[in-house]
Design a protein around this ligand. Structure first.
Ligand code: G3H
Ligand code: 13P
Ligand code: ZN
Length: 332
Protein backbone atom coordinates (compact mmCIF):
# COMPACT_ATOMS: atom_id res chain seq x y z
CA UNK A 1 0.00 0.00 0.00
CA UNK A 2 1.72 3.26 -1.05
CA UNK A 3 1.84 5.70 1.74
CA UNK A 4 -1.00 8.10 2.04
CA UNK A 5 -1.50 11.83 2.13
CA UNK A 6 -3.70 14.34 3.95
CA UNK A 7 -7.21 13.44 2.77
CA UNK A 8 -6.71 9.80 3.67
CA UNK A 9 -5.22 10.73 7.03
CA UNK A 10 -8.23 12.94 7.75
CA UNK A 11 -10.52 9.93 7.17
CA UNK A 12 -8.34 7.74 9.40
CA UNK A 13 -8.53 10.24 12.28
CA UNK A 14 -12.23 10.98 11.73
CA UNK A 15 -13.10 7.30 12.01
CA UNK A 16 -10.94 7.01 15.12
CA UNK A 17 -12.57 10.02 16.74
CA UNK A 18 -16.11 8.92 15.98
CA UNK A 19 -15.45 5.35 17.15
CA UNK A 20 -13.40 6.29 20.23
CA UNK A 21 -9.98 4.98 19.48
CA UNK A 22 -6.65 6.66 18.85
CA UNK A 23 -3.34 6.42 17.04
CA UNK A 24 0.22 6.38 18.23
CA UNK A 25 2.28 8.86 16.19
CA UNK A 26 5.74 7.33 16.27
CA UNK A 27 8.92 9.36 15.76
CA UNK A 28 11.59 7.97 13.47
CA UNK A 29 15.07 9.16 12.51
CA UNK A 30 16.44 6.08 10.74
CA UNK A 31 15.14 2.91 9.09
CA UNK A 32 15.29 0.35 11.93
CA UNK A 33 12.52 1.90 14.00
CA UNK A 34 10.50 2.49 10.81
CA UNK A 35 10.76 -1.17 9.78
CA UNK A 36 9.83 -2.33 13.29
CA UNK A 37 6.81 -0.02 13.22
CA UNK A 38 5.69 -1.33 9.82
CA UNK A 39 6.01 -4.96 10.97
CA UNK A 40 4.18 -4.45 14.27
CA UNK A 41 1.39 -2.30 12.81
CA UNK A 42 0.81 -4.70 9.93
CA UNK A 43 0.70 -7.63 12.34
CA UNK A 44 -2.05 -5.83 14.25
CA UNK A 45 -3.88 -4.56 11.17
CA UNK A 46 -3.46 -0.96 12.34
CA UNK A 47 -2.70 1.99 10.09
CA UNK A 48 0.59 3.66 10.97
CA UNK A 49 1.41 7.31 11.65
CA UNK A 50 5.14 7.99 11.60
CA UNK A 51 6.70 11.37 12.27
CA UNK A 52 9.92 13.16 11.64
CA UNK A 53 11.15 16.21 13.56
CA UNK A 54 13.35 18.76 11.79
CA UNK A 55 16.37 17.60 13.78
CA UNK A 56 15.60 13.98 12.88
CA UNK A 57 15.36 15.02 9.21
CA UNK A 58 18.71 16.74 9.58
CA UNK A 59 20.17 13.61 11.16
CA UNK A 60 18.77 11.33 8.45
CA UNK A 61 20.17 13.66 5.79
CA UNK A 62 23.68 13.77 7.24
CA UNK A 63 23.17 17.42 8.18
CA UNK A 64 20.79 18.34 5.35
CA UNK A 65 17.15 18.21 6.54
CA UNK A 66 15.67 18.37 3.03
CA UNK A 67 17.83 15.42 1.94
CA UNK A 68 16.76 13.63 5.14
CA UNK A 69 13.07 14.23 4.41
CA UNK A 70 13.49 12.95 0.85
CA UNK A 71 15.44 9.90 2.02
CA UNK A 72 12.97 8.95 4.76
CA UNK A 73 10.04 9.75 2.45
CA UNK A 74 11.46 7.42 -0.20
CA UNK A 75 12.05 4.74 2.40
CA UNK A 76 8.45 4.96 3.60
CA UNK A 77 7.01 5.10 0.10
CA UNK A 78 9.01 2.09 -1.08
CA UNK A 79 8.66 -0.14 1.96
CA UNK A 80 5.00 0.61 2.67
CA UNK A 81 4.13 -1.06 -0.62
CA UNK A 82 5.03 -4.38 1.00
CA UNK A 83 2.39 -3.94 3.71
CA UNK A 84 -1.41 -3.90 3.62
CA UNK A 85 -1.93 -0.93 5.92
CA UNK A 86 -2.09 2.82 5.41
CA UNK A 87 1.18 4.55 6.27
CA UNK A 88 1.44 8.28 6.97
CA UNK A 89 4.22 10.76 7.67
CA UNK A 90 3.79 13.79 9.93
CA UNK A 91 6.45 16.50 10.21
CA UNK A 92 6.81 17.06 13.94
CA UNK A 93 7.41 20.38 15.75
CA UNK A 94 8.34 22.51 12.75
CA UNK A 95 9.12 25.95 14.10
CA UNK A 96 8.20 29.37 12.61
CA UNK A 97 11.92 30.28 12.66
CA UNK A 98 12.34 27.53 10.08
CA UNK A 99 9.80 28.74 7.52
CA UNK A 100 12.06 27.93 4.56
CA UNK A 101 12.12 24.29 5.57
CA UNK A 102 8.35 24.30 6.10
CA UNK A 103 7.80 25.72 2.62
CA UNK A 104 10.14 23.12 1.15
CA UNK A 105 8.27 20.29 2.93
CA UNK A 106 5.01 21.60 1.47
CA UNK A 107 6.45 22.13 -2.00
CA UNK A 108 7.85 18.59 -2.09
CA UNK A 109 4.47 17.23 -0.97
CA UNK A 110 6.13 14.38 0.89
CA UNK A 111 4.40 14.62 4.30
CA UNK A 112 0.80 13.62 4.97
CA UNK A 113 0.65 16.30 7.67
CA UNK A 114 2.79 19.03 9.17
CA UNK A 115 2.84 20.29 12.73
CA UNK A 116 3.50 24.00 12.96
CA UNK A 117 4.65 24.61 16.50
CA UNK A 118 4.28 28.30 17.24
CA UNK A 119 3.14 27.59 20.79
CA UNK A 120 5.91 29.72 22.25
CA UNK A 121 4.58 32.78 20.42
CA UNK A 122 1.74 34.97 21.65
CA UNK A 123 -1.81 33.76 21.06
CA UNK A 124 -2.26 36.17 18.14
CA UNK A 125 1.08 35.33 16.54
CA UNK A 126 0.44 31.61 16.98
CA UNK A 127 -2.86 31.98 15.10
CA UNK A 128 -1.29 34.07 12.33
CA UNK A 129 1.64 31.70 11.82
CA UNK A 130 -0.48 28.53 11.90
CA UNK A 131 -2.99 30.11 9.49
CA UNK A 132 -0.17 31.14 7.17
CA UNK A 133 1.15 27.57 6.95
CA UNK A 134 -2.35 26.33 6.20
CA UNK A 135 -2.62 28.98 3.44
CA UNK A 136 0.70 27.96 1.89
CA UNK A 137 -0.57 24.38 1.63
CA UNK A 138 -3.70 25.67 -0.12
CA UNK A 139 -1.79 28.03 -2.43
CA UNK A 140 0.53 25.24 -3.51
CA UNK A 141 -2.42 22.86 -3.94
CA UNK A 142 -0.97 20.18 -1.67
CA UNK A 143 -2.76 17.40 0.15
CA UNK A 144 -1.30 18.00 3.61
CA UNK A 145 -3.06 18.42 6.96
CA UNK A 146 -1.90 21.03 9.46
CA UNK A 147 -1.50 20.36 13.16
CA UNK A 148 -1.11 23.42 15.39
CA UNK A 149 -0.46 23.66 19.12
CA UNK A 150 -2.13 25.74 21.78
CA UNK A 151 -0.74 25.57 25.31
CA UNK A 152 2.75 24.59 26.27
CA UNK A 153 4.20 21.15 26.86
CA UNK A 154 6.94 20.81 29.45
CA UNK A 155 10.29 19.43 28.42
CA UNK A 156 11.09 20.87 25.00
CA UNK A 157 9.14 23.98 25.99
CA UNK A 158 10.49 23.95 29.52
CA UNK A 159 11.05 27.68 29.73
CA UNK A 160 7.44 28.10 30.83
CA UNK A 161 7.23 29.68 34.28
CA UNK A 162 3.57 29.63 35.27
CA UNK A 163 1.68 26.38 35.63
CA UNK A 164 -1.53 28.30 34.78
CA UNK A 165 -0.20 29.23 31.33
CA UNK A 166 0.85 25.62 30.84
CA UNK A 167 -2.61 24.14 30.22
CA UNK A 168 -4.75 24.88 27.16
CA UNK A 169 -7.71 27.16 27.74
CA UNK A 170 -10.90 25.65 26.20
CA UNK A 171 -12.39 29.03 25.19
CA UNK A 172 -9.14 30.06 23.52
CA UNK A 173 -9.02 26.71 21.74
CA UNK A 174 -12.27 27.52 19.93
CA UNK A 175 -11.05 30.92 18.75
CA UNK A 176 -7.69 29.44 17.82
CA UNK A 177 -9.15 26.58 15.76
CA UNK A 178 -11.72 28.84 14.08
CA UNK A 179 -9.19 31.43 13.02
CA UNK A 180 -6.18 29.24 12.25
CA UNK A 181 -8.33 26.61 10.46
CA UNK A 182 -5.95 23.92 11.71
CA UNK A 183 -6.89 20.32 10.91
CA UNK A 184 -5.59 18.92 14.20
CA UNK A 185 -5.04 20.69 17.50
CA UNK A 186 -2.32 19.74 19.99
CA UNK A 187 -3.35 20.69 23.51
CA UNK A 188 -1.58 20.74 26.82
CA UNK A 189 -3.15 18.71 29.63
CA UNK A 190 -0.07 17.98 31.72
CA UNK A 191 2.05 15.57 29.67
CA UNK A 192 5.77 16.22 29.28
CA UNK A 193 8.29 15.53 26.56
CA UNK A 194 11.11 13.17 27.49
CA UNK A 195 11.28 10.61 30.28
CA UNK A 196 8.13 11.00 32.37
CA UNK A 197 6.13 8.66 34.54
CA UNK A 198 2.44 8.81 33.82
CA UNK A 199 1.56 8.02 37.41
CA UNK A 200 3.48 11.11 38.62
CA UNK A 201 2.22 13.70 36.17
CA UNK A 202 -0.69 15.99 36.90
CA UNK A 203 -2.85 14.91 33.99
CA UNK A 204 -5.99 16.99 33.40
CA UNK A 205 -8.34 14.90 31.21
CA UNK A 206 -11.07 17.40 32.14
CA UNK A 207 -9.28 19.98 29.97
CA UNK A 208 -9.37 17.67 26.94
CA UNK A 209 -13.07 17.04 27.68
CA UNK A 210 -13.83 20.78 27.89
CA UNK A 211 -11.77 21.64 24.79
CA UNK A 212 -13.50 18.96 22.74
CA UNK A 213 -16.95 19.91 24.07
CA UNK A 214 -16.46 23.61 23.26
CA UNK A 215 -15.08 22.81 19.80
CA UNK A 216 -17.94 20.47 19.01
CA UNK A 217 -20.49 23.06 20.20
CA UNK A 218 -18.95 25.32 17.57
CA UNK A 219 -19.10 22.64 14.86
CA UNK A 220 -15.34 22.12 14.94
CA UNK A 221 -14.88 18.38 14.95
CA UNK A 222 -11.10 18.00 14.77
CA UNK A 223 -8.80 15.39 16.30
CA UNK A 224 -6.89 16.51 19.39
CA UNK A 225 -3.23 15.63 19.85
CA UNK A 226 -1.19 14.80 22.95
CA UNK A 227 2.51 15.42 22.81
CA UNK A 228 4.83 13.91 25.39
CA UNK A 229 2.82 10.69 25.55
CA UNK A 230 5.63 8.19 26.07
CA UNK A 231 5.10 7.87 29.81
CA UNK A 232 1.31 7.67 29.78
CA UNK A 233 -0.32 4.62 31.33
CA UNK A 234 -2.76 2.69 29.10
CA UNK A 235 -5.66 3.67 31.36
CA UNK A 236 -4.73 7.36 31.00
CA UNK A 237 -4.71 6.96 27.21
CA UNK A 238 -8.10 5.24 27.28
CA UNK A 239 -9.60 7.99 29.40
CA UNK A 240 -8.50 10.89 27.17
CA UNK A 241 -9.54 9.06 23.98
CA UNK A 242 -13.12 9.53 25.23
CA UNK A 243 -12.43 13.28 25.14
CA UNK A 244 -11.31 13.61 21.53
CA UNK A 245 -7.60 12.77 21.76
CA UNK A 246 -6.83 10.81 18.58
CA UNK A 247 -3.07 11.15 18.25
CA UNK A 248 -0.54 10.25 20.94
CA UNK A 249 3.02 11.33 20.13
CA UNK A 250 5.73 8.93 21.25
CA UNK A 251 9.44 9.27 20.64
CA UNK A 252 11.22 8.73 23.96
CA UNK A 253 9.65 5.27 24.37
CA UNK A 254 11.26 4.02 21.14
CA UNK A 255 14.55 5.73 21.88
CA UNK A 256 14.71 3.86 25.17
CA UNK A 257 13.71 0.53 23.59
CA UNK A 258 16.37 1.03 20.93
CA UNK A 259 19.14 1.76 23.45
CA UNK A 260 18.01 -0.90 25.90
CA UNK A 261 17.84 -3.63 23.25
CA UNK A 262 21.29 -2.73 21.91
CA UNK A 263 22.72 -2.45 25.41
CA UNK A 264 21.31 -5.86 26.48
CA UNK A 265 22.57 -7.46 23.30
CA UNK A 266 26.09 -6.08 23.51
CA UNK A 267 26.31 -6.86 27.22
CA UNK A 268 25.35 -10.46 26.50
CA UNK A 269 27.90 -10.75 23.70
CA UNK A 270 30.64 -8.56 25.05
CA UNK A 271 33.18 -11.40 24.79
CA UNK A 272 32.59 -11.44 21.03
CA UNK A 273 33.40 -7.77 20.71
CA UNK A 274 35.90 -6.82 23.43
CA UNK A 275 39.14 -8.73 23.87
CA UNK A 276 39.61 -10.50 27.22
CA UNK A 277 41.97 -9.11 29.87
CA UNK A 278 45.55 -9.46 28.91
CA UNK A 279 44.88 -9.35 25.16
CA UNK A 280 45.97 -6.17 23.46
CA UNK A 281 42.94 -4.04 22.42
CA UNK A 282 44.07 -3.55 18.86
CA UNK A 283 40.97 -2.62 16.85
CA UNK A 284 42.65 -3.09 13.52
CA UNK A 285 44.22 -6.32 14.64
CA UNK A 286 41.86 -9.02 13.46
CA UNK A 287 44.95 -10.79 12.26
CA UNK A 288 47.10 -9.95 15.26
CA UNK A 289 49.15 -12.62 16.82
CA UNK A 290 46.67 -13.75 19.54
CA UNK A 291 44.15 -16.60 19.82
CA UNK A 292 41.20 -14.24 20.43
CA UNK A 293 39.22 -12.80 17.51
CA UNK A 294 36.00 -10.81 17.52
CA UNK A 295 32.93 -12.71 16.33
CA UNK A 296 31.28 -11.22 13.24
CA UNK A 297 27.98 -12.96 13.91
CA UNK A 298 27.61 -10.64 16.93
CA UNK A 299 29.19 -7.42 15.71
CA UNK A 300 27.57 -7.17 12.27
CA UNK A 301 25.28 -4.14 12.84
CA UNK A 302 22.46 -5.97 11.09
CA UNK A 303 22.30 -8.41 13.98
CA UNK A 304 21.64 -5.84 16.71
CA UNK A 305 19.44 -3.83 14.31
CA UNK A 306 17.40 -6.96 13.70
CA UNK A 307 16.85 -7.33 17.45
CA UNK A 308 15.82 -3.67 17.63
CA UNK A 309 13.32 -4.10 14.78
CA UNK A 310 11.74 -7.10 16.51
CA UNK A 311 11.46 -5.21 19.80
CA UNK A 312 9.98 -2.08 18.19
CA UNK A 313 7.47 -4.27 16.32
CA UNK A 314 6.36 -5.84 19.63
CA UNK A 315 6.11 -2.44 21.30
CA UNK A 316 3.95 -0.81 18.60
CA UNK A 317 1.83 -3.96 18.40
CA UNK A 318 1.06 -3.64 22.10
CA UNK A 319 0.49 0.11 21.84
CA UNK A 320 -2.07 -0.34 19.04
CA UNK A 321 -4.03 -2.50 21.48
CA UNK A 322 -3.83 0.16 24.20
CA UNK A 323 -5.19 2.94 21.99
CA UNK A 324 -7.55 0.70 20.01
CA UNK A 325 -6.18 1.15 16.47
CA UNK A 326 -5.54 -2.61 16.18
CA UNK A 327 -7.84 -4.30 13.64
CA UNK A 328 -9.11 -0.94 12.41
CA UNK A 329 -7.01 -0.38 9.28
CA UNK A 330 -8.99 1.37 6.58
CA UNK A 331 -6.89 -0.32 3.91
CA UNK A 332 -6.49 -4.02 4.74
O1 G3H B 1 8.65 16.22 20.73
C1 G3H B 1 9.82 16.18 20.40
C2 G3H B 1 10.29 14.96 19.69
O2 G3H B 1 10.69 14.01 20.64
C3 G3H B 1 11.36 15.28 18.70
O3 G3H B 1 12.57 15.41 19.30
O4 G3H B 1 13.70 17.23 18.02
O5 G3H B 1 15.00 15.60 19.40
O6 G3H B 1 13.93 14.88 17.26
P1 G3H B 1 13.88 15.81 18.43
P1 13P C 1 7.80 11.84 24.21
O1 13P C 1 9.06 12.53 24.60
O2 13P C 1 6.91 11.61 25.40
O3 13P C 1 8.07 10.59 23.48
O4 13P C 1 6.99 12.82 23.25
C1 13P C 1 7.24 12.81 21.87
C2 13P C 1 6.56 13.91 21.17
O5 13P C 1 5.74 14.63 21.71
C3 13P C 1 6.90 14.11 19.76
O6 13P C 1 6.25 15.22 19.22
ZN1 ZN D 1 6.05 16.74 20.77
Amino acid sequence: MPYKKGDDLRKVYQKAKSENYGFIASNIAEPNILIGLLEGSDRKNSDLVTQLSSSAAEFAGGGDPVAGLKAIGTYIETLSQNYDIGVFLNMDHLKPENMDFIEKCIELGIPSSIMIDASKKSFEENIEISKKVKEIVKEKGKNILIEAELGKIKGVENDVQSSEAFYTDPEEAVEFAKRSKCDLLAISIGTQHGVSKGRNIELRPDIARDVDKKLMENDIDIPLVLHGSSGLLPEQEKEVIKYGICKFNKDTRYQYEYARTASDYYKKHTDSIHPPEGVEDDRAGFFSDTDWSPNKSHFDPRVVSGEIRVRIADVIAELTEHVGSANKSLYK
